[in-house]
Design a protein around this ligand. Structure first.
Ligand code: NAD
Length: 466
């Protein structure tokens, strides 16, 4: 069996290695999942959510050690790791509310005749997740999929395989029956085996746009239900009436939090008119961000090289690197994959650092004269996860909210992740498929409805329906 080594980005040291599940290993997992489905799908929803209540408590009790594990395999700070887990637990809360959400409607459609809907699980379903949120992104999927009666196969990123294994143990210890939730480890080979397996009804995917598109198209081709979230290039727009200090703090934490490895991170800052006070405040805020202290590592040596390459090429093309994160190093962890906060100014709107998803703690600044010019830049970008505006004018905020081409809009907030039950999902090339991954769309994605028409009339002549 092929194995893949796993390194900690914090110090570059090996942590573990995983065995890649090939097509036959995936087939065994699907068979076990199918057999667990027989009982699980027949278990009433009120019973199905009980292990999830206990799981939430277990995760809360073990928050410190789980956050340490996320930090070790992903490189983010322990505080950031705990915040991501807590956000994921909101989806568990949402899923445990399924029994009180009163699914389906009922109507007397004719004398003595009722129509109503009942919700059914799809069967064996799966999730394929990226490296940047080892707990939170899987938690977007499996709580709702399980509570609605499916059995679930999780394929975490091969770069962060350990948190998923711990979550599987906690689910079992919380009373989830064996094989209702399984982790299959691997990379592209495993993903392709999952997509091609006829026993899997639906797959959720979160990752880069390139892979999201490939996975979506291949999955749709097999007749599966697919929802694939992709990458992002998020724009933050600042207008002159914004409060410089509050704005600067918020912009910087959006750009460099989790080392910029968030699909909701600020990537391009567009200033409209004279925003020099905000720019000065951003520069000094960024200089207070120190790798190894309040800034974690990026995922790999390759990621560090890629990110530094963007900074290098921007500089060669004439950009001003106002804050330069190249060559960052942390004492005692010299082998870790650190990139310092970086602020790039003076680039062309069509330059690669203004257009590509860099996925590092790098903020590129563009300057325009009007809000419409800022919106035109935002609208032209093919992605559509998040877009934010900083202003003290409600009318300006409303104008932006209506016109930005993104699924999640921030007003004076740089990481506008909706809190549950408001669902998570982008637009454009940040999503392939229909709907959002959490919230009510999540329920719809993992279920199918039966429409039942029943007639209990005392007399055959009571109505015309046969
Ligand atoms: P990735 O696309 O490289 O990998 C995601 C998953 O796909 C992993 O499990 C990986 O094993 C698998 N995979 C990789 N290449 C594949 C291939 N050719 N065929 C089939 N499967 C393949 O993404 P990543 O580097 O792990 O994560 C970072 C990306 O995820 C960024 O682009 C980020 O914006 C995106 N992301 C998006 C969201 C969102 O909600 N839209 C959330 C988190 C991350």
């Amino acid at each position: 069996m092929r194995t893949i080594p796993v390194y900690s980005p914090l110090d570059g040291q090996p942590l573990e290695s995983i065995e890649v599940a090939d097509a036959s290993a995936v087939d065994i997992a699907v068979t076990r999942s199918r057999s667990a489905f027989e009982n699980w799908s027949q278990t009433p929803v009120k019973e199905r959510v009980q292990p999830l209540f206990r799981f939430k408590q277990r995760v809360e009790t073990e928050m410190d050690s789980l956050a340490q594990l996320v930090s070790a395999e992903n490189g983010k700070t322990v505080g950031e790791a705990a915040a991501g887990i807590a956000k994921g637990l909101e989806v568990v809360e949402f899923a445990t509310a399924l029994p009180v959400m009163g699914q389906g409607g009922k109507l007397e459609v004719s004398r003595g005749v009722d129509c109503f809907t009942r919700s059914y699980p799809l069967g064996v379903v799966g999730g394929i997740t990226p490296f940047n949120f080892p707990a939170m992104v899987p938690l977007w999927m499996f709580p709702i999929a399980l509570a609605t009666g499916n059995t679930f196969l999780l394929k975490p990123s091969e770069q962060v395989p350990l948190t998923s294994v711990r979550m599987a143990e906690l689910l079992l210890e919380s009373g989830l029956p064996e094989d209702v939730f399984q982790v299959v480890q691997g990379d592209r080979e495993t993903v392709e085996a999952l997509i091609d397996h006829p026993g899997i009804a639906a797959l959720g995917f979160v990752g880069s746009t390139r892979v999201a598109r490939l996975v979506y198209e291949r999955g749709i081709g097999t007749g599966k239900r697919m929802l694939c979230l992709g990458g992002a290039k998020n724009h933050l727009v600042v207008v002159p009436d914004a409060d410089p200090e509050i704005t600067a703090k918020n912009v910087v934490s959006s750009a460099v939090g989790c080392a910029g490895q968030r699909c909701m991170a600020a990537s391009v800052l567009i200033t409209v008119g004279d925003c020099s006070a905000v720019m000065e405040a951003i520069e000094s805020e960024m200089k207070a961000v120190i790798p190894g202290e309040n800034l974690g590592a990026v995922i790999s040596a390759e990621a560090k090289e890629r990110i530094e390459g963007y900074i290098e090429r921007a500089e060669s093309a004439g950009a001003s690197i106002l804050v330069d994160g190249r060559g960052a190093s942390v004492e005692g962890k010299e082998e870790g994959f650190y990139v310092g906060p970086t602020l790039i100014d003076g680039v062309d709107v069509s330059s690669e650092c203004a257009c590509d998803e860099i996925f590092g703690p790098v903020l590129t600044v563009l300057h325009v004269d009007s809000l419409d010019e800022a919106l035109a830049i935002e609208n032209e970008n093919p992605y559509g996860n998040a877009a934010s505006i900083y202003t003290t004018s409600g009318a300006t905020a409303r104008y932006f909210e209506d016109r930005a081409s993104a699924g999640m809009i921030g007003i004076n907030i740089g990481v506008p992740v909706p809190r549950e039950p408001f669902s998570f999902g982008g637009w454009n090339e940040s999503r392939f498929g229909i709907g959002d991954i959490t919230g009510e769309d999540g329920i719809r994605f993992w279920t199918q409805q039966k429409k039942i028409t029943q007639k209990w009339s005392a007399s055959a002549a009571q109505n015309w329906m046969s």
